[in-house]
Ligand binder design. Structure first.
Ligand code: PLP
Ligand code: COI
Length: 354
């Protein structure tokens, strides 16, 4: 694999894993095929009523040349809760992980091994039954495709700017905000365009009812750092209220931080706290599989921009980012058993890490 800029999700490996579900018969086995176009009826129900869910996880190159998935069981579990919300069939966790491993093994020689690079896996499920009836489909396709990706910060570790959408919402109680379904992302794109027009990189979503509480970003969870009563740093993130996606990275950071001496609290975070400009919020960042940990340098609302901290990546943010990366790339102990090695046959071409 050349070391030219890979970006995110622009290149794909040669293979994909596919399984099918038919009402009454259940799941087929996992089949490895070439990555290529799917034959789909124009009446496939996913195209009309949006029964489409997905996941995102990565295989990380390890110092000994092997590859390892980061907490794939968490993604498998979340996939099933997304499936349940969209009235789609659940997938046995072993089948989800087997499909991911099958692609990683087949395309191990296409995993980029430069600093911060990895193989991004995109498991997804769509309703393929040809029907225009508004009801759960009776046939589904599950597949895993893979994309060799750069580190999000291949051009340098910098803080991003976020735009607080005032007239649109991402999720409401009882809706699909906690599911990783395609429609959530379609619904976020107009606000994202608005964010870009405002000179920002991402949308910071507020709650639907009061438009007062910070929820998350378009594809990342939100954290900030304040001080506790003794002046020690306190890592704060909105609790999972049913409208926020339960991020794997979010959960991992909540577990890592206390081991690094940083207390954590899950509680509502008011937008006012961020925009008060009183220096109480010293750092903010977003996190997710694709981008890892991304510092937030400023928040822009209709009233103008407020800088967070000194506008640059904060100390705690950077410490958490480094610790997570050290575990994922196998240069640090993995006391929680998060990394799942993918046995790769020598013939598959796993090269030693360079
Ligand atoms: N929130 C949303 C809406 C997302 O799409 C993602 C990305 O998957 C996340 C949060 C972060 O989740 P994770 O850390 O599991 O990638
Ligand atoms: C991820 O972080 O894995 C995501 O799925 C984000 C994606 C929507 C680009």
């Amino acid at each position: 694999m050349s070391t030219a800029r890979l970006g995110f999700g622009r290149h794909f490996t040669e293979h994909m894993a596919v399984a099918r579900w038919i009402h009454g018969a259940g799941w087929s086995g996992v089949e490895l095929t070439e990555h290529g176009p799917l034959a789909l009826s124009p009446a496939a129900m996913a195209l009309h009523y949006g029964q489409a869910i997905f996941e995102g996880l990565k295989a990380y190159p390890q110092p000994d040349g092997s590859l390892a998935l980061f907490r794939p069981g968490v993604n498998a579990e979340r996939f099933n809760s997304s499936a349940a919300r969209l009235a789609m069939p659940e997938l046995p966790e072993e089948l989800f992980v087997e499909a991911c491993e099958t692609v990683v093994r087949a395309d191990a020689d296409q995993v980029p091994r430069g600093p911060g690079q990895s193989l991004y896996l995109r498991p997804f499920m769509i309703a393929v039954e040809p029907s225009l009836g508004v009801r759960p489909a009776l046939e589904y396709l599950f597949a895993v495709i893979a994309s060799p990706v750069d580190h999000f910060f291949a051009d340098g570790y910098q803080a991003i700017e976020v735009w607080c959408a005032s007239d649109q919402i991402r999720a409401a109680r009882g809706g699909t905000g906690a599911a990783k379904c395609a429609g959530n992302y379609a619904g976020s794109l107009a606000a994202k365009a608005e964010a870009v027009a405002q000179g920002c990189h991402e949308v910071l979503w507020l709650d639907a009812e009061e438009r007062r509480w910070v929820e998350e970003l378009g594809a990342m969870n939100f954290f900030c750092v304040t001080r506790d009563e003794d002046g020690a740093p306190l890592l704060v993130t909105p609790e999972l209220s049913g409208t926020i996606l339960a991020g794997n990275t979010r959960d991992s950071l909540l577990r890592i931080a206390p081991d690094l001496g940083v207390r954590v609290v899950e509680r509502p975070v008011a937008l006012d706290e961020l925009t008060a400009g009183d220096g109480k919020v010293t750092e903010a960042f977003a996190c997710g599989t694709a981008a890892s940990v991304v510092p937030i340098g400023g928040v822009t609302t209709a009233e103008g921009r407020v800088r967070i901290g000194d506008g640059r990546p904060g100390k705690i943010t950077t410490m958490l980012r480094d610790e997570l990366a050290a575990i994922q790339y196998g240069v640090q102990q993995d006391p929680r058993g998060w990394m799942r090695p993918v046995p790769v046959h020598a013939a598959a071409g796993a090269a030693p890490a360079g």
